[in-house]
Design a protein around this ligand. Structure first.
Ligand code: AMP
Length: 235
């Protein structure tokens, strides 16, 4: 109801804006001559969010009032049917606050795998045949791919997909799986051999045939904060 919006001023604030802004500015070098550039930036680390950016302006982002929303993360659920809160409180006798803490701190990779919030441990466990760890990886992959699809539609296409943050910059396995999942619908093609060699550095991993460019760009929130502060000071 509108009353709640007005009285309590709740809204979709999003998060990781500093990172997405940096990434979209850095990504422009791959889009010379493109009119109205459309970028989907994936900041995937312990906290994870995806943004749709048109002409340098963010038009949609996966986090919400708090960073709990959107894709699954190290310990956060990401999006859930809101009824889950009510249902689980009734089933377990836990309070809404206790359940909220579980959604934030005991869910995501940690909750689903039962192994760790660190994606490296989850990959290692899955490689040893741990089914819950495998499920956590599949679920994460599914969520990221679904958001990329959603934002492709939101933007009316896409010119560049960016991978960044701990997982996006370092994990060739996640990048490969996500790209394989979205490739049939979006016509992207990456150089899988090159992808395997990239860790923590910038690279364009799509092939010239790809319908959308795909780049790895290490984020730098500190530089963006400095630039924003300088621009604000100059005003
Ligand atoms: P961040 O919050 O951006 O520092 O990202 C932390 C996440 O990045 C953790 O889940 C780490 O497991 C993951 N990460 C860091 N390095 C790697 C790597 N080499 N391979 C896979 N995941 C990594």
């Amino acid at each position: 109801p509108k009353e709640y919006t007005e009285k309590h001023d709740w809204r979709r604030y999003g998060a990781h804006g500093t990172s997405h802004k940096y990434l979209s500015e850095m990504g422009m070098k791959y889009l010379e001559g493109v009119k109205e550039p459309k970028i989907i930036s994936c900041h995937i680390g312990s906290g994870a969010s995806i943004s749709a950016i048109k002409n340098g302006k963010c038009v949609a982002t996966s986090m919400g009032l708090t960073p709990l929303a959107g894709i699954m993360m190290g310990t956060r659920t990401g999006d859930l049917d809101p009824s889950v809160m009510n249902y689980l409180c009734k089933c377990t006798g836990k309070s809404c606050e206790e359940m909220y803490q579980i959604f934030n701190k005991e869910s995501g990779f940690l909750g689903v795998s039962g192994v760790s919030n660190d994606s490296r441990d989850v990959i290692a466990a899955a490689n040893e045949g741990n089914k819950d760890a495998e499920l956590a990886l599949r679920l994460f992959n599914r969520r990221v791919a679904d958001f990329i699809g959603q934002y492709f539609v939101r933007l009316g296409g896409a010119d560049l997909i960016i991978f960044s943050a701990g997982i996006g910059e370092n994990s060739w396995e996640f990048r490969e799986n996500i790209c394989k999942t979205i490739a049939p619908a979006l016509g992207i093609e990456i150089n899988y051999e090159l992808n395997k060699t990239i860790r923590g550095k910038e690279a364009l991993i799509s092939t010239p045939n790809s319908k959308i460019k795909v780049a790895i760009i290490p984020t730098d929130e500190e530089v963006m904060i400095a630039r924003d502060t300088f621009a604000f000071y100059k005003k």
